[in-house]
Write a protein that binds this ligand. Structure first.
Ligand SMILES: NC(=O)N[C@H]1NC(=O)NC1=O
Length: 180
């Protein structure tokens, strides 16, 4: 699905509808949508993405870590039990994470565990922009960072995930400027 509704429709949405449509563009964090609703009208989808990104950037470190904690592990227990959100299922599928060999799954699970033990929040990466090999490599590399660097890197990935989820919903060619 790509860009089904126009930004003008978004700008007309009452709060409840806005939350039901955009409440998961940041995984399990409807607060992000709730926080930016008052900033309507948005010029276009980029403007809406900027508003959410700014909100994420404004959070203290504990808030950023909390946003990361709302994400499911990649190829983790939730994925195996069918408990992911539909967005996350689609993303993990596109990265090939439902097609791991036993060996790859073992490596992914142990690196994820090592990462969570070290930082206290899960490893987050934009799965639609990476294949399983790049994700495993990213895990190994990012394990060497310190906790604050990783919180910031994780939030930068959340913004990429958010952008792609927004583009699934809002037509990127729609703009309040061209509608005038
Ligand atoms: N842990 C993690 O990165 N999860 C996510 N990444 C992504 O693209 N979708 C997710 O749910």
């Amino acid at each position: 699905m790509s860009g089904q509704i126009s930004i003008s429709e978004v700008n007309r949405m009452p709060y409840e509808e806005f939350i039901s449509i955009f409440g998961n563009v940041v995984e399990q964090c409807s607060l992000c949508a709730a926080a930016v609703w008052r900033q309507r009208p948005f010029n276009d989808v980029n403007h809406l993405h900027e508003a959410m990104s700014t909100f994420l950037d404004q959070q203290p470190l504990a808030g950023k870590e909390g946003v990361l904690r709302l994400h499911p592990d990649l190829a983790g227990k939730l994925a195996q039990s069918g408990g992911l959100t539909s967005d996350s299922t689609k993303e993990q599928t596109s990265a090939g994470l439902f097609n791991l060999t036993e060996n790859e799954r073992g490596k992914m699970n142990s690196l994820n565990q090592e990462y969570t033990d070290k930082f206290g929040f899960p490893f987050v990466i934009c799965a639609r922009e990476n294949k399983k090999e790049a994700i495993l490599k990213g895990l190994e590399t990012r394990l060497k960072n310190n906790s604050e660097e990783e919180a910031l890197t994780g939030v930068a990935e959340v913004k990429k995930i958010c952008r792609l989820r927004l583009l699934d919903i809002v037509d990127p060619s729609s703009s309040t400027k061209s509608a005038l």
